[in-house]
Design a protein around this ligand. Structure first.
Ligand code: FAD
Length: 512
């Protein structure tokens, strides 16, 4: 199973490629719904819609799980990343109760799927723990508890936490869970196909003719559908939502520990900025400590390897590590006001939908999206549609900063302006090294691979022309503005970009 990065995640290990049963676009058929994207959102939504009697096709550009679903950490939380006390400020108490209800319903749906289809994905109900390590964090934690209480969710102050990290005060939230995400989506995809759903891998959607019957152009031909859902993590093209969601990169290690008793029993979160989080996953009899953190805005860290070094050093302070079995990083999109955007795609016909802005709570939000979009398409309405409405204009404190931050360009990543003579010296880049340079009016993104071959692409992102930056760890060109990502030789890995980066033939450039 492939992923959109060079590092291998725990969830890819041992996963053979999913073999779709009907990898075709079914001739002239008009589908009820075409879902673009085969991550946890696309697969779950496809299953619910197909179950409800709709004719559904899922079009995945690569393989299922290729996106962030293959690089997640799969904590299953019924609460959001933005604490309830803050959500109450942004959306009011009644709406925040509805958020909590949606979160609980999402976790119940995951559990129901695991039981109904007997999915072997290590699903386990556990408690979550949030711990404060100084006076300021204790005050914040007290506010968080207040928020939980106001919306009627039980939390308790606890004397013990499952991680070996010093703390001052901690709370326990029961009724949370964890699982193996790719085993889960493989099983759901199988059920979707059994019900007659069409799943096409290596099927990239490149454009949509926006009529009552949508004409969807893909790398496997044109498909017709009454509705379309972008489950691409962030919608492709240029959209209002790109100014409401900021891309972040986050780092994970999965470690084998020397002492069996050290593996935490539960989900644990500190309150640092960016935070660290921990849990255990057992896969085929082997336990792993999963630790994550070191988040930063996409393409705003010059050496992403350092993030792994820092994370590992932090974990080693508290744990006796036998070996780091896996380390990987992945991208998420933070919504400006703390809630996901699920529903009608702004600026497009009423039969086009989107699910994005999941932050670090995408396992839960994907299932909220599946429930909400299925209700909207099948019954014409959902109790959650206003709450998560992508067209909501919710001015919150810090909004203009958020937009500015999301749109800044990382000029520090550009190495300088080069003459013809100097360009020649770039061939002396070390193996595995990359640089963005200016040369006679062109800005080039150069990468020398491990075999010594130089790859040059135009560094202007094909989305809205921001300059891409090199991601050392995952060997990709990442765009700081809206999170589009490309392979070293320019192939688009992650939306919103639709097109590959232009390949530059250096010899021709120098000859000119
Ligand atoms: C390091 C990390 C840890 C996380 N941990 C947690 C956690 O513990 N708990 C939690 O709830 N959430 C977590 N999240 C968030 C969660 O993983 C994501 O929100 C979720 O996986 C997103 O799923 P998705 O299906 O929406 O998108 P993706 O999994 O990214 O899937 C989108 C798919 O769309 C495809 N695609 C894109 N463009 C096209 C196109 N034009 N045509 C066809 N297909 C296309 C892609 O190839 C991809 O497979 C984490 C995120 C990160 C980065």
């Amino acid at each position: 199973m492939k992923r959109d990065g060079a590092c291998t995640s725990l969830w890819q290990d041992g996963m053979t490629d999913y073999k779709a049963q009907q990898n075709n676009t079914a001739g002239n058929k008009i589908f009820d719904v075409v879902i673009v994207g085969g991550g946890i959102t696309g697969i779950t939504t496809g299953l619910l819609l197909q179950k409800a009697g709709k004719a559904v096709m899922i079009a995945e550009a690569q393989n299922i799980g290729f996106g962030t679903t293959g690089g997640t950490t799969a904590h299953l939380n019924s609460f959001m990343e933005m604490p309830f006390n803050q959500l109450i400020k942004n959306f009011g108490e009644e709406n925040t109760r509805l958020v909590a209800k949606a979160g609980r319903q999402a976790l119940e749906l995951i559990k129901k799927h695991v039981e109904e289809y007997a999915i072997d994905c290590g699903h386990q109900e556990v408690s979550a723990y949030i711990y404060a390590q100084d006076e300021k964090q204790i005050k914040e934690l007290d506010d968080i508890v207040e928020g939980f209480k106001k919306i009627g969710t039980e939390v308790s102050v606890t004397k013990t936490i499952p991680v070996k990290i010093p703390y001052e005060k901690a709370i326990e939230i029961t009724g949370q869970a964890q699982f193996h995400p790719t085993r889960y989506i493989y099983a759901l995809a199988k059920e979707f196909e059994k019900l007659g759903g069409v799943l096409a891998e290596n099927c990239r959607v490149t454009s949509v003719g926006e009529n009552e019957i949508l004409e969807i152009t893909t790398s496997q031909g044109t498909i017709k559908s009454r509705n379309l859902i972008y489950a691409t993590h962030i919608p492709p093209g240029v959209n209002l939502l790109h100014f409401r969601c900021a891309p972040y990169r986050s780092y994970v290690i999965a470690a084998k520990l020397k002492n069996e008793s050290d593996y935490p029993d539960g989900l644990a979160y500190d309150m640092d900025e960016p935070y660290h989080y921990f849990r255990t996953q057992e896969v085929d009899g082997q336990k792993y400590l999963i630790a994550g953190g070191e988040d930063h805005k996409t393409a705003h860290e010059e050496n992403t390897e350092i993030c792994f070094t820092r994370l590992e050093a932090y974990v080693r302070k508290f744990y006796d590590i036998d070996s780091i079995a896996f380390r990987w990083s992945s991208q998420f999109f933070d919504p400006v006001d703390g809630l996901a955007y699920i529903g009608h795609l702004p600026g497009h016909p009423q039969n086009m939908f989107v699910a994005t802005g999941f932050g670090g709570i995408g396992m839960t939000n994907s299932h909220i999206a599946a429930l909400t979009l299925t209700d909207i398409i099948v019954a014409g309405k959902s109790e959650y549609e206003d709450l998560f409405n992508p067209n909501r204009l919710k001015p919150v404190a810090g909004f203009s900063n958020f937009v500015k931050e999301a749109a800044d360009v990382v000029s520090h990543l550009i190495g300088g302006t080069f003459s013809k003579e100097k360009l020649d010296t770039l061939v002396e880049l070390a193996h595995g090294e990359a640089k963005v340079v200016k040369y006679e009016g062109h800005t080039l993104a150069l990468y020398k691979d491990e075999e010594g071959q130089l790859h040059a692409v135009n560094s202007a992102c094909t989305h809205i022309k921001c300059t891409v930056g090199w991601n050392t760890a995952e060997k990709s060109w990442d765009c700081p503005c809206h999170g589009s990502r490309f392979s070293y030789d320019g192939m688009v890995l992650t939306a919103p970009a639709r097109k590959d980066l232009e390949v530059i033939h250096l010899e021709e450039l120098v000859d000119h």
